[in-house]
Ligand binder design. Structure first.
Ligand code: DX5
Ligand code: ZN
Length: 234
């Protein structure tokens, strides 16, 4: 009973960065039919990261098409300037990079006040201590397990200790603040059936999968293997 309750915290989020954009609707249907609940939307501006991807019009279109949870990962300069437009286009969660937010407490509380879930992403070189004073605003922390910008990169194994460190920090925070909400730990970059188990064991409970799903001939098998990692870890 407890196990079945716990397993619900473990989720796959499908990043569409490497999907077939000419057939976006059927690509979204495909992941929905695989039982995935979260669409991870990578917004890139060519400044914060080298690549340029999708923006508000595409997200609005996806919102009209599906009831899936839309997790918007903003890899853009000065995200504060664009928060309202992403809120309006139907995101369920907005994730900003700490490296781009000088007023992180304001940014996160603005997202929360708009009725969305709020998250912070950290590049591999950014220490978890940067979010120590904003945990009360957070629903999720995203740890980049590659340097952001592109799909299909290799998982950085040295991030496993960082996941553990964050897990410990969240536990300490819950104890001293008596804020017992579950703050999710998402990992993003290079996640596949080979790297998933280590990330989950270290403390991650939401795994972003991009190329592992969209470049696979058998995405159902990939989802099954990653879901098995969840079952084996809890
Ligand atoms: C990288 C993005 C990721 C990426 C995931 O900057 O934030 O979401 O697209 O793709 P894979 O799973 O292929 O690393
Ligand atoms: Zn992402």
């Amino acid at each position: 009973m407890q196990k079945s309750k716990d397993i619900k915290r473990y989720k796959i989020a499908a990043s569409i960065l490497d999907c077939d954009f000419l057939n976006l609707g059927s690509e979204i249907k495909k992941i929905e039919n695989l039982g995935i609940e979260i669409v991870h939307l990578d917004v890139m501006d060519g400044c914060f990261v080298e690549n340029i991807s999708i923006g508000q019009p595409v997200i609005s279109g996806i919102r009209k098409f599906t009831g899936m949870f839309l997790d918007v990962h903003l890899m853009i300069k000065n995200p504060d300037r664009h928060l309202d437009s992403f809120i309006e286009c139907g995101a369920d969660l907005i994730c900003v990079h700490a490296e781009e937010c000088p007023h992180l407490a304001w940014t996160l509380s603005h997202i929360k006040k708009s009725g969305l879930k709020a998250a912070v992403a950290l590049n591999p070189s950014t220490p978890v201590s940067i979010i120590e004073n904003v945990l009360c605003y957070l629903d999720m922390v995203l740890l980049m397990t590659v340097n952001p910008g592109f799909g299909g990169q290799e998982f950085l194994g040295e991030m496993l200790v960082k996941i553990e460190k964050l897990k410990g920090m969240l536990k300490d925070y819950a104890n001293y603040s008596r804020d017992y909400r579950n703050i999710d730990i998402q990992v993003d970059g290079g996640i596949n059936p080979d790297t998933a188990a280590g990330a989950v064991k270290a403390g991650a409970n939401i795994l972003v999968l991009g190329s592992a799903i969209f470049k696979s001939d058998n995405p159902g098998e990939i989802v099954k293997k990653v879901s098995n990692c969840f079952l084996q870890t809890i």
